[in-house]
Design a protein around this ligand. Structure first.
Ligand SMILES: *Cc1c(COP(=O)(O)O)cnc(C)c1O
Length: 289
């Protein structure tokens, strides 16, 4: 399943303020699934299968693209799946679109309090889970681990590594950009647009790569995770109307908004050959009732 998908990702050429940009449409991988999450899950599922597990278990918030993607991949791979969801108050509410999708793919949802959720990486919490779910392979929140980075290296095809000078992508936990950095050529620069405020992601990615042909900026995070500004929303609306490419406001709109601003302010040479990775995430914006 994974290999077929990786080899057939469409690329689309657009123009922004007179500069041409190629958009790599990971969003077209599947209507419900974030494209980059597929790459992050690939080697984790292969590992889980090799180790003889019969299920996967992971963590996320109520709108998590990673939760939806894991449920879908588990369904495809004939794995059982458990999602530990932040917020016990959600247990008594009707499910939003993300969680409904996950449940439809067979994921068992378990709601825990925010206090408990904060402890999810502690050895005690994990030991407890392992006891409760002995045959489940545990994937961290957001899906980022070494196997995820290995999978994200495959986002770039061979031509992608020659034909572009600048590669742009949205950054959440840093797993996706780390894979892209690791796969990139020496002459390329990788620019990450953080969806979160602060420069901790730069420090995080620094611990995972020896390369230095990259940079992560939070200049266009619009105040922080899932926050928006009227400017961002106007950009997104205009972009969608003009180009017919859907975005969501948490990741991809911020990346393209940032890129557009940099081009407009002449911070990027117009002759730069730019590849922008559309990482998907559209399931979260479908219906969030
Ligand atoms: C998860 C996600 C990201 C961030 O990926 P990381 O590997 O966590 O940095 C970017 N875009 C979309 C649409 C996502 O769902």
């Amino acid at each position: 399943m994974f290999n077929e998908i990786a080899e057939n990702i469409p690329e689309q050429h657009i123009s922004m303020h007179g500069v041409s940009i190629t958009i790599k449409r990971l969003d077209l991988v599947h209507p419900a699934i974030s494209g980059n999450k597929f790459f992050k899950l690939k080697y984790n599922f292969i590992e889980a299968k090799n180790l003889g597990y019969s299920g996967v278990l992971t963590f996320g918030g109520a709108f998590s693209n990673h939760i939806a993607a894991t449920a879908f991949a588990a369904h495809q791979f004939d794995f059982k799946s458990v999602g530990i969801i932040r917020g016990e108050e959600l247990a008594n509410k009707s499910l939003n679109h993300t969680l409904k999708t996950a449940q439809e793919f067979g994921m068992q949802l378990k709601f825990i309090s925010r206090e408990q959720y904060r402890l999810k990486d502690s050895s005690e919490f994990l030991a407890n889970l392992k006891q409760q779910y002995p045959n489940y392979y545990i994937i961290p929140e957001g899906g980022t681990n070494d196997l995820a980075i290995q999978g994200c290296k495959e986002i770039l095809t061979k031509p992608n590594k020659h034909d572009f000078d600048l590669i742009c992508c949205a950054v959440g936990t840093g797993g996706t950009i780390t894979g892209i950095i690791e796969a990139s050529s020496e002459h390329q620069k990788i620019l990450g647009f953080s969806a979160l405020k602060g420069n901790f992601l730069t420090q995080e990615v620094q611990t995972k790569t020896q390369k230095n042909n990259w940079q992560i900026t939070d200049e266009f995070c619009c105040g922080g995770y899932a926050k928006t500004t009227p400017e961002l929303l106007a950009f997104m609306q205009n972009f969608e109307a003009k180009l017919g490419i859907e975005l969501e406001q948490v990741y991809t709109a911020k990346m393209l908004f940032g890129l557009s601003q940099m081009i407009q302010r002449k911070r990027i040479d117009p002759s730069t050959r730019i590849l922008a990775i559309h990482t998907g995430g559209l399931q979260g914006r479908l219906k969030s009732e």
